[in-house]
Design a protein around this ligand. Structure first.
Ligand SMILES: *Cc1c(COP(=O)(O)O)cnc(C)c1O
Length: 379
């Protein structure tokens, strides 16, 4: 089955009871048993639920994996991966990382004796010098947020395999439409399904997909033991979202390209971050491991003025000023005052998050309206 068919049918069958074409929302916590232990495969909805199971099969199918697991949020999915570790273990992570992941690593897991190294991975060769006998996990995000750095997943996987370390890839920005990390050698793919997979900014959800049976069993044990599972209603919404993932992504990419090029030629813009430019430092890796370049575009204005950037995001009318990304509607964010406000100025500027940086999640509206909106806001 090809990807554009998997988004609609992957792992899915018609409902066994009445032939419903869409998976029913099994809004139940428990299941009748005929005799103790005599049930139809479902006992309690923290452990299994038919609607969630349909979604988990869809996750596995679109990521070319054997096992999918759904979580109550992207961070709950990351939390489950970290629970594979023991005190004393070390993790090597991308430095330009989703803020919530950074917070979970440093504010929650360091306390339990896990050590994190945050490093630039644009040159994957950098990773090896941080590997010790204690290293158990390499955590990669590509493209990164908000600087759109590209990391070579295959090169990371070669290093991980050489040292018997797990490689996990946060595939939220790219989605399996653009890249499939398991095929490139990753052990775990993670998603904030809140973003492109759900696609309509109406649900919080996380996902993990793996190929290895033992790893799937350990994660499934943690999923049930810790209990951060999504409900059937939210599972249904994400399943519905995934059915149009490929058509939405195609338009996100088309609109993203037009906007990146428009901004790049604008006299008031200093720099545009988008992996589709041949001048992007890792454009060749992006071209090899991704099908297209995605709908996320960041830019910096000339003079790097904080107040001017705030004025631009306030003036936008079709783009909504909001956190998050990946929905059908276009969003704009100002990392220095929003997602990265808690990081000291000198720290955030080291990774490129300067005062005038604006991040766009380009939606699937008519691109002419998006360009007009940027034109009136930037001037
Ligand atoms: C949003 C996001 C997360 C966290 O997911 P939630 O669903 O908000 O918990 C993790 N990684 C990336 C790249 C994200 O954009």
């Amino acid at each position: 089955m090809k990807f554009n068919t998997k988004t609609i049918h992957g792992g899915q069958g018609h409902d066994k009871a009445y032939g419903a074409v869409m998976p029913p929302i099994y809004q139940t916590s428990t299941y009748a048993q005929s005799t103790p232990g005599g049930h139809k495969g479902f006992e309690y909805s923290r452990t299994h639920n038919p609607t969630r199971q349909a979604l988990e099969k869809s996750f596995a199918s679109i990521e070319n994996g054997n096992y999918g697991l759904a979580f109550a949020s992207g961070l709950a999915a990351i939390d489950a991966v970290l629970k594979l570790l023991n005190p004393g273990d070390e993790v090597i992570s991308t430095n330009d990382l989703y803020g919530g992941s950074y917070r979970l690593f440093t504010k929650v897991y360091e306390k339990f004796g896990i050590k994190f190294h945050f490093i630039g991975m644009e040159n994957a060769g950098n990773i090896e010098q941080y590997i010790t006998a204690k290293t158990k996990l390499i955590w990669v995000e590509t493209p990164t947020n908000p600087m759109m750095n590209i990391i070579d997943i295959k090169a990371c996987s070669d290093i991980a395999k050489k040292h018997s370390v797990l490689l996990a890839v946060d595939n939220t920005f790219a989605t399996p439409y653009l890249q499939q990390p398991l095929d490139l050698g990753a052990d775990i793919v993670m998603h904030s399904a809140t973003k492109y997979l759900g696609g309509h900014s109406d649900v919080i959800m996380g996902a993990l997909v793996v190929n290895d049976k033992d790893l799937a069993e350990r994660l499934s044990f943690i999923q049930n033991a810790s209990g951060a599972v999504p409900g059937p209603q939210d599972s249904f919404l994400v399943l519905r979202g995934i059915k149009t993932l490929h058509v939405r992504m195609q338009r996100h990419c088309e609109n993203g390209e037009v906007i990146a090029n428009y901004l790049n030629g604008h006299p008031k813009i200093e720099k545009v971050y988008w992996p589709g430019f041949t001048s992007h430092p890792n454009h060749n890796i992006a071209k090899t491991q991704m099908k297209d370049f995605g709908g996320m575009v960041s830019f910096v204005t000339k003079g790097n003025n904080y107040d001017e950037a705030i004025k631009i995001v306030e003036k936008l009318k079709v783009f909504t000023l909001a956190e998050s990304l990946g929905g059908v509607e276009s969003l704009a964010g100002h990392p220095a005052s929003m997602t990265h406000a808690s990081i000291p100025k000198e720290e955030r500027e080291k990774t490129g998050v300067v005062d005038s940086l604006i991040r766009l999640s380009v939606g699937i509206e008519d691109v002419d309206d998006l360009i007009s909106d940027l034109k009136q806001a930037i001037g």
